[in-house]
Design a protein around this ligand. Structure first.
Ligand code: GTP
Ligand code: MG
Ligand code: ZN
Ligand code: ZN
Length: 389
């Protein structure tokens, strides 16, 4: 069975999983030395001074270091030398790629979604979300939670991959599924990779991007209504004033970004419709609120039930489709139908309100339907039930 390295996205046969010596030089273990492979991945030698990596014939949970003889349980990717979390090896998970044009709201979405999964939605699903490695914990705090939730500042534009190598966020989502006789637990490793809209502008995407998209088990595509010319009349005043920052850049046109991502995905499967599930979500729907039918599916709160309400799902899908049509963006729906066997349309808001300048609005972060795409994917992956009526 193959597993995908969540850092470099190389497809690995389990027999190729490598180990890193646990060190302890004081007690006869190996000394730290510069790991050039890891330094190349990290883009700097600063954090790459570690005991050596080695391969064994039949990798299990532990192996003995051939240099010092000490046993180690530190598994590493043979390609990039990053640590492979034990949970990930046991339960090689789903890689969810998040894409969208520059400024579509991807980073904000990740920050809020993870926050909701650890709190409200986690409770609803009876699920726990645990970071699989220390770098995920550090990165989530530094780049997402601290600015947004701690300092109420909006997030900075994500730097292109060429400027700064970016780690994915790797989490283990474990949920207790009630059964008739006894409950069981199911888990999913969730690998989220925050792309820079900048990286999806040109056709010459980086190597990592290609591998990332090719490894994705699902794709969440964020579509910014502020960038859809036809949506202008549907936007509230302040949103209209803020919107259209990419207007002069055809490479950031939502349809162009969708088709570029689709072309990249095509590389793996040739012709025919693509089977990877795609959730296409209109982001920032708080900007449309006023004047829209308050009884519409999109503006009805989802009833928390720990399941996927299939009627609600269909109603939202249809309403978003109608909105796209009304905004002369029906092409999005047609294009998706031509290229994907399985896609869903969503509407969500991470912030819940139009932010003031570069700060979160004083009312705080009040997300709206952010979990919908993920619930749909969990349903697709067989982790939650779908119910009607
Ligand atoms: N009204 C509203 N605005 C939002 C929301 N989420 C993000 N924004 C706005 O969109 C801007 C860009 O959000 P980011 O999350 O940085 O967008 P991104 O897709 O990560 O952008 P790049 O990293 O440049 O590709 C933010 O600074 C906010 O002004 C939302 O839920 N509602
Ligand atoms: Mg970003
Ligand atoms: Zn790797
Ligand atoms: Zn050793």
């Amino acid at each position: 069975m193959l597993i995908t390295c969540p850092f470099c996205f190389a497809r690995l046969d389990r027999g190729r999983i490598a180990f890193r010596c646990a060190g302890r030089p004081g007690r006869g273990g190996c000394e730290a030395e510069l790991d050039e492979t890891l330094a190349r991945y990290l883009g700097s030698p600063a954090a790459a001074s570690l005991p050596p990596v080695f391969s064994v014939r039949r990798p299990g949970r532990r192996a003995d270091c051939p240099y010092c003889g000490h046993s180690t349980g530190w598994r590493a990717c043979p390609e990039c030398h990053n640590r492979l979390p034990a949970e990930y090896c046991a339960n090689p998970g789903k890689i969810v790629a998040l894409v969208g044009a520059k400024g579509a709201g991807k980073s904000t979405y990740i920050a809020v979604l993870l926050h909701e999964l650890t709190n409200r939605v986690g409770a609803e699903l009876d699920a726990s979300l645990v970071a699989c490695d220390d770098r995920t914990i550090a990165r989530y705090k530094r780049d997402f939670a601290r600015p947004l939730y701690g300092e109420h500042r909006l997030l900075a534009t994500t730097q292109p991959a060429a400027a700064e190598p970016r780690d994915p966020l790797v989490y283990l989502l474990t949920r207790t599924v009630p059964g008739r006789l006894r409950s069981r637990t199911v888990s999913l490793t969730l690998v989220l990779f925050d792309t820079a809209g900048e990286d999806l502008r040109s056709r010459e995407s980086t190597e990592t991007h290609l591998r990332y998209l090719n490894a994705a088990d699902a794709i969440i595509f964020l579509l910014d209504p502020l960038e859809l010319p036809g949506a202008k009349p549907a936007l509230s005043g302040p949103a209209r004033a803020r919107g259209g920052v990419n207007a002069a850049d055809p490479d950031s046109d939502p349809i162009n970004v969708i088709s570029r991502v689709t072309e990249l995905l095509r590389d793996r499967s040739g012709s025919g419709r693509l089977k990877v599930p795609v959730a296409v979500a209109i982001s920032k729907i708080d900007a449309l609120r006023e004047g829209m039918d308050a009884r519409s599916a999109l503006h009805r709160a989802r009833t928390p039930s720990g399941t996927l309400d299939l009627d609600d799902r269909e109603a939202v899908h249809e309403q978003v489709r109608a909105l796209l049509e009304e905004w002369q963006a029906a092409m999005v729906d047609r294009y998706l139908r031509q290229h994907f066997t399985d896609f869903g349309l969503f509407g969500l808001s991470a912030l819940g309100e139009i932010p003031a300048a570069d700060e979160v609005s004083p009312g705080g972060i009040r997300p709206y339907r952010v979990e919908d795409p993920l619930l749909w994917l969990l349903y697709r992956f067989g982790m939650i039930r779908g119910v009607r009526g």
